[in-house]
Design a binder for this molecule. Structure first.
Ligand SMILES: Cc1cc2nc3c(=O)[nH]c(=O)nc-3n(C[C@H](O)[C@H](O)[C@H](O)COP(=O)(O)OP(=O)(O)OC[C@H]3O[C@@H](n4cnc5c(N)ncnc54)[C@H](O)[C@@H]3O)c2cc1C
Length: 414
């Protein structure tokens, strides 16, 4: 066993949430432990959408029907993995109970306020973001009515949106086939490269020490301090502990006797090389949410990232199913002018990541009751990149005993 390192705040997990928190704690001595090289976490290969429009928690009325329909489809967006962990059944039951108007009312203001502050902080950070807003694209029947309903719903929530005329959409977005029926512009949403954001935030705080390949395996409380021991035998003491271990937060919580209702939800992405604006296969101008294909797409320079699927599974499941990869690409290719699918799928850099999904669809951000100095920053589900810097700012305010609004308090683990 090596000697003990003392630190003010120890963050378990170096994904986008861990580095966002560290970036907001410039005056403190901060240590991050990550069990891998964090690129194997969820924060690097995701779609990179910053979605201020996604203010409603995932558990909302209508989700059960949508999920059931998807489960019946051969390759639906929502699915159950083959090796579900023991906590799956109670999580699913809890999620179904939470698909209510009351759940939406409770969490929407807090999520919305964090998404807005995150988007502002991300823009102010100077990293590259798309100059165009995100488009929600509809292709199925009744598209026009659905687009209008989406526009009205977003406007009602106070979110900037605009119905884009179909001919304007086809003229200004060269990557779309004319199969497209309707488009809603999500005025405050944009895209970025999640790897660039992660790398930028990792380097912001000069007082941050980042340890890769250090898995926290033991946490004990000793008077005012917490002692953390890693699998590789490193030892730390800290005044504050932040659990930001993504889909593995439940396992880390257990080390302190906390039961975090979390499930891992596997998603896929591919990143395809694309052509210039006047080529046969032009890259998109806009980040897009292909509503009927349940696929998110995002132009990253000369590449197009595409991602889909929400498959409940266990936190060790990183299996890359080739059929799913093919399906993701070919489905997007019905809406976007993509090159023929390559025979060697490795050319698409296929990737899977595990979203940390909470049973009410809202993240846990704040102090843990009865464990002074322990904070949770997890459960960000489908919108961890979008909520990243807002989460960092909120944890920093909790640590500094600064003002927290009522809507933000709703996200507290209590
Ligand atoms: C396909 C896909 C597309 C997505 N698209 C978007 C999008 O467009 N926009 C958006 O906002 N979000 C998106 N998301 C969601 C987003 O990626 C996640 O919400 C976010 O990455 C979660 O970040 P995190 O830091 O909590 O977790 P992670 O990035 O998973 O980081 C957790 C870290 O904790 C470490 N860890 C685990 N256990 C321990 C331990 N015992 N000790 C030390 N370290 C430990 C892990 O190694 C890992 O690096 C997408 C996700 C997927 C899968």
């Amino acid at each position: 066993m090596s000697s003990t390192t003392n630190t003010d705040t120890l963050i378990v997990g170096g994904g986008i949430i861990g580095v966002s928190i560290a970036s907001q704690l410039g005056d403190r001595d901060v240590t991050i432990l990550d069990s891998g090289a964090p690129k194997y976490g969820t924060s690097i290969g995701n779609a990179g959408h910053v979605v201020v429009s996604h203010a409603q928690p995932f558990a909302a009325p209508g989700m059960i029907g949508m999920g059931a329909k998807s489960l019946l489809a051969a390759d639906g967006a929502f699915a159950f993995g083959t090796k579900l962990p023991a906590n799956a059944a109670p999580w699913i039951a809890q999620f179904m109970r939470n698909c209510t108007k009351a759940n939406v009312k409770k969490f929407t203001p807090g999520i919305h306020s964090l998404l807005r502050s995150s988007a502002e902080l991300i823009k102010a950070s100077g990293i590259t973001t798309t100059s165009t807003s995100t488009w929600e694209v509809f292709t199925a029947k009744n598209s026009e009515q659905r687009a209008r309903a989406e526009f009205e719903h977003l406007t009602h929530l106070g979110i900037q949106a605009r119905v884009v005329d179909r001919s304007e959409a086809l003229e200004t977005e060269p990557s779309l086939y004319n199969r497209v029926q309707a488009v809603v512009e999500l005025g405050e949403d944009f895209g970025l490269d999640p790897h660039e954001l992660w790398q930028h935030l990792r380097n912001v705080n000069p007082n941050l020490t980042f340890h890769s390949n250090q898995s926290a395996t033991q946490i004990t409380r000793e008077r005012q301090l917490y002692r953390v021991i890693t699998a590789a035998g490193m030892e730390f003491t800290a005044r504050n502990i932040v659990i930001a271990a993504g889909a593995w937060s439940r396992e880390v919580g257990k080390l302190l006797g906390i039961n975090i209702a979390l499930m891992a939800a596997k998603g896929y992405s591919v990143t395809a090389p694309m052509g210039s604006a006047d080529s046969e296969f032009p890259n998109s101008v806009h980040p897009m949410i292909l509503s009927d294909e349940k696929t998110a797409t995002n132009p990253l320079g000369e590449w197009l990232r595409m991602s889909a699927r929400f498959e409940l599974t266990n936190p060790n499941d990183r299996e890359l199913n080739h059929k799913r990869v093919q399906h993701l690409y070919t489905r997007a290719a019905t809406v976007l002018k993509l090159p023929p699918i390559p025979t060697d799928l490795a050319a698409l850099s296929p990737w899977t990541g595990l979203r940390p999904a909470s049973a009410d669809g809202a993240p846990f951000i704040g102090p843990v009751p009865n464990l002074p100095g322990v904070y949770l920053a997890t459960g960000h589900g489908m919108i961890g990149t979008a909520l990243s810097l807002g989460t960092g700012d909120l944890i920093a305010r909790h640590l500094e005993h600064q003002k927290i609004s009522w809507s933000e308090l709703a996200l507290s683990p209590r």
